[in-house]
Design a binder for this molecule. Structure first.
Ligand code: BJW
Ligand code: ZN
Length: 241
């Protein structure tokens, strides 16, 4: 059941900003990072999601990313992604910010998606930064290289790395200026993305969280809905239209 207050607040909202995390893609079959079935139950993040780990063992990191790329190729966006596509045309201004690298928002039809942590569909040269969108795989046991000889790495943001400047600036601006903020399917422990709901709240936005579990956002959210985003978001769209 969607609280009436949420619908009333949303109906009068002019600028709506949404932050999504791995939870929104979980119902499509993309594993989340943390939690019982999370990717990091089986793999240690410090061995995979930082630059030093990559340089130490690039083959292992490539295998991990190609395993995830295969999953993403085979699955589809879910009703949560599609509900956000519908919301885009409902509100006067709508900003969609994602921590996900899976591209499922775009595949669902969302436009102007701000990707904070890059995209798994691209690779980047560690030497000259050239971007490649070719579908590459390990050649035997060898990691693909750029024309310049540098190793190619997934074009995603690892721990200790800066987020793309334009993306984080847009995200800060969209969080400061909105009057309604949705935090959907994120554990809200990875910074600076985790600071966005708080920035929105400090600037007077009505903050709604949709998650299966409590998170650090729960303590200051105006409304926390415990449920699957693929079920809750379509209900919100239905109540709005
Ligand atoms: C459902 C559901 C359903 C399930 N419906 N819900 C300030 C304080 C402390 C530390 C730092 C700080 N500032 C920076 C740091 C360091 C670090 C950091 O945050 N560390 C903390 C973990 C302690 N941050 C960084 O290093 C960042 N860079 C940076 O700040 O640069 C400046 C700097 C440099 C050097 C030193 C200091 C500063 C970069 C962070 C990059 C994160 N990268 C990753 C990997 C991306 C590539 C890849 O995909 O492999 O991004 S980590 C991983 O976590 C991934 C995600 O985008 C990110 C967030 O995870 P998310 O999306 O929240 O997923 P989960 O699994 O955690 O949660 C899923 C949620 O869904 C759960 O809550 C479920 O309950 C829920 N759920 N099913 C609704 N159906
Ligand atoms: Zn290069």
């Amino acid at each position: 059941m969607i609280p009436l207050e949420l619908i009333e607040q949303a109906k009068s909202a002019q600028v709506v900003t949404v932050l999504t995390g791995a939870g929104i893609s979980a119902e499509s079959g993309v594993p989340t990072f943390r939690g019982e079935n999370g990717l990091w139950k089986k793999f240690r993040p410090q061995e995979l999601a930082n630059f030093d780990a990559f340089m130490r063992n690039p083959e292992l990191v490539w295998e991990w990313y190609n395993y995830r790329r295969k999953i993403i190729e085979q699955i589809s966006p879910n009703p949560g992604h599609f509900a956000l596509v519908e919301m885009e045309s409902y509100f006067p201004q709508f900003n969609l910010i994602t921590q996900n690298v899976d591209g499922l928002h775009q595949r669902a039809g969302s436009r102007n998606v701000v990707e904070l942590h890059g995209n798994i569909g691209r690779n980047r040269c560690v030497k000259c930064n050239r971007i490649s969108t070719e579908n590459l795989s390990l050649n035997g046991q060898k990691v693909p290289t750029c024309e310049c000889g540098g190793l190619l790495r997934p074009d995603v943001v690892w721990f200790g790395e800066l987020l793309p400047e334009d993306a984080i600036q847009k995200a800060f601006q969209a969080s400061k200026s909105c009057d309604f903020f949705f935090s959907i399917g994120t554990s809200a422990v990875v910074y600076p993305a985790a600071s966005l709901p708080e920035i929105a709240k400090q600037n007077g936005a009505f903050v709604v969280e949709i998650n299966l579990e409590p998170t650090p956002i729960t303590s200051f959210a105006d409304i926390s809905i415990r449920g699957k985003s693929g079920i809750v978001l379509p209900q919100i769209v239905k109540a709005l239209t």
